[in-house]
Design a binder for this molecule. Structure first.
Ligand SMILES: NC(=O)c1ccc[n+]([C@@H]2O[C@H](COP(=O)([O-])OP(=O)(O)OC[C@H]3O[C@@H](n4cnc5c(N)ncnc54)[C@H](O)[C@@H]3O)[C@@H](O)[C@H]2O)c1
Ligand SMILES: [Zn+2]
Ligand SMILES: [Zn+2]
Length: 364
């Protein structure tokens, strides 16, 4: 079938093209897109900060309606509403163990453009194969994804605000709810208030954290953080010593838990130095090298520093929970949404980069 999609053929540029999408194969579904969120990782691929094979259809936070199912699909049928989450092989040890975020084939399935059988589903006018980011390529009118990545949601839910549950919100909330698991009264700091950081703030509030500190450099984002659960905000551009300020806000002790979701090695260092003894800090961005002194910053201070993919989530279990929290008003990701048409993708990317749009959502 013919589709319209946002394709990257060279670093830093994309175009809307008419392409041919094949039929869903074994264990796959064809989805008519309702909306697709933009996550910073789309920009990472667009700018080839993480080199990937090109051409590639962008988009990995798709929500839509199942149009057709391939052979062997038992859990979904045409008309079902789905959130398209990250791909995994389903066969390796972590997948079999319910930890698909640690799939042996994650890098390939996320970034190389093919599906689990190694092949692509999209071709262009010249008959050349085109990749689909995260085994979906959701910045397109239709997309194919594996049944195991397509999470069925209540048809009553307004799908367009649920896009980020596929990646960004799942990542931020998952770090808190799946990995760190703070207890009521614990303290939390978030470095970088994009969709990922905001979701961690909302999840820290859900857990009953008493002090939740948001660090960013965009004043409007910091103000919104206060509405979403942060108890204190720090503008990293105005504050001379962020770790000292975090210690001051936590009775001189530092925070129990923290997350870096901005993508800067220097912030990872600041985060580690903001922890209380035995604190647990996590990174989810592609922050690069971190200037840490392992003996002093980690060993002597008993700080655990870790990283994970997609909030260590098993989407069929975790995403329905997030949808439930959303419906209860306890996970208000819609506060982050700003809507665009596919033809306005340029504007959506620009407003994401200049800080004004936290979760740009392309609505089809
Ligand atoms: N590990 C995963 O599975 C996973 C999943 C999704 C996203 N990510 C990554 O997580 C990161 C966050 O994603 P996002 O979509 O929320 O990104 P985003 O670009 O929307 O948010 C980043 C935030 O960091 C802030 N920031 C920039 N410089 C800062 C500084 N010096 N001090 C404090 N804050 C600063 C920005 O103002 C912005 O609010 C990205 O690196 C993305 O690639 C990882
Ligand atoms: Zn993402
Ligand atoms: Zn696997």
């Amino acid at each position: 079938m013919k589709i319209k999609a946002a394709v990257v053929r060279e670093k830093g540029k994309f175009a809307l093209e008419e392409l041919e999408l094949g039929a869903p194969r074994m264990g796959e579904v064809l989805v008519k897109m309702v909306a697709s969120g933009l996550c910073h990782t789309d920009t990472t691929v667009l700018n080839q900060d993480l080199p990937t094979p090109l051409p590639m259809v962008l988009g990995h936070e798709g929500v839509g309606i199942v149009e057709e199912v391939g052979p062997g699909v038992l859990g979904l049928k045409p008309g079902d509403h789905v959130i398209m989450s990250f791909p995994s092989c389903g066969c390796c040890e972590p997948c079999q163990d319910g930890r698909p975020y640690a799939c042996d084939r994650s890098t390939e399935l996320f970034f190389f453009g093919g599906y689990a059988d190694g092949d692509r589903r999209i071709t262009d006018g010249e008959g050349a194969k085109v990749g689909a980011l995260f085994g979906q390529g959701s910045l397109a009118t239709y997309a194919i994804c594996a049944e195991r990545s397509a999470i069925k949601v209540d048809p009553e839910a307004d799908m367009k605000d649920l896009c980020s549950l596929a990646c960004g919100a799942q990542t931020g909330a998952g770090v808190v709810l799946n990995k760190q698991r703070p207890r009521p009264g614990d303290t939390y700091a978030v470095f970088g208030c994009g969709a990922v950081g905001f979701s961690a703030i909302m999840a820290a509030k859900l857990c009953g954290c008493s002090t939740i500190i948001a660090v960013d450099v965009v004043p409007s984002r910091l103000e919104l953080a206060l509405e979403c659960g942060a108890t204190h905000i720090i503008n990293g551009r105005e504050c001379e010593d962020v770790p000292a300020e975090i210690k001051r806000l936590t009775g001189g002790r530092g925070v129990h838990f923290a997350l870096e979701a901005a993508g800067l090695g220097i912030l990872v260092k600041q985060m580690v130095r903001s922890m209380r003894p035995d604190g647990f800090a996590m990174v989810v961005s592609f922050a690069g090298d971190v200037p840490l002194n392992a003996g002093m910053d980690l060993v002597g201070s008993c700080v655990t520093l870790g990283g994970t993919v997609e909030g260590a989530a098993n989407p069929p279990v975790f995403i329905p929970r997030l949808v439930q929290y959303y419906k209860e008003g306890r996970f208000p990701v819609d506060k982050l949404s700003r809507y665009y048409k596919l033809e306005e993708l340029d504007k959506a990317l620009e407003e994401s980069h200049n800080g004004s749009a936290i979760k740009p959502i392309i609505v089809f």
